[in-house]
Design a protein around this ligand. Sequence first.
Ligand SMILES: [Zn+2]
Length: 214
Amino acid sequence: MEPFIRNDHYNFIKMQAKILVNGHSSASDPGVLNALKASTQEKVLSLFESIGDEERELLASVETIKDKEEAELYLARVKKYVIPFRTVSESTIKKLFPKVKKLKQPDFEATNVHEITYLGWNDIGSERKYIIADFDGTFRGLRGSFKPNHKKGICSLCNTHSEIGLFFAETKASKDGNYTSRGNYICQDSNECNQKLTSQEKVHDFFEHLLLLK
Ligand SMILES: [Zn+2]
C-alpha cells in the first residue's frame, strides 16, 4: 500500500477515534454504541472518494476501537500511510519571498513532514510569520507580521482553542469573505496547528483570499 492519507485527514481520523473511545466509556446502551461505531466508520470512509480494498479495510477497522490503547495501535497503523509534505528547498523558499532581505529559514529538523498540511514558522526577531502551502504541485508563500495574543483564542486555520496571535499578511487583502485586511488570528506554533488541523481546504482558502487568487 502506498501513502494515501493527507495530514488533515489523519487528524480527522484521530478525532473520530477519540470520540469513539469516549463513547465506549460513557454509553452503555448497545444500540447507541452500534450507531456511533457505524457513523464513525462512515465519516472516516467518506473522506476518500476512490480507494482500493486494502485501504478501505484499514480505515474501516476504526469501528473496532474500544479503548485508548486500541486507538493508539490503530492510529500507528494508519499513520504509516500519511503522505509527507513535499520537500521545500531553501532556494525555493527564497524564490517565494524574493523581496525579503534577511529571510529566516524554517527549522526543518523540528518539523515532521508527515505531520503538516502547511509549512509555517516564526521569525521572532522581526515579528514575522511565514507560511507555505502546496497547491497541487505549486508552492505558494505568505509572509506577514505576527503578534502573539498572550491569551488563548480560536485559530482561523485549525479552528481549535489555542495560543494564537494576529497575523497580518503583507498583501492586498480582499474586502469580502472570511479573511479581512484587519488580520487573522492563527496559532503561534504552526507545527501544533498542523497536528490539529482537519481541513486542508481551510488553509487553501486562507491563501486564496489573502493572495486574491479567487
Ligand atoms: Zn491553528
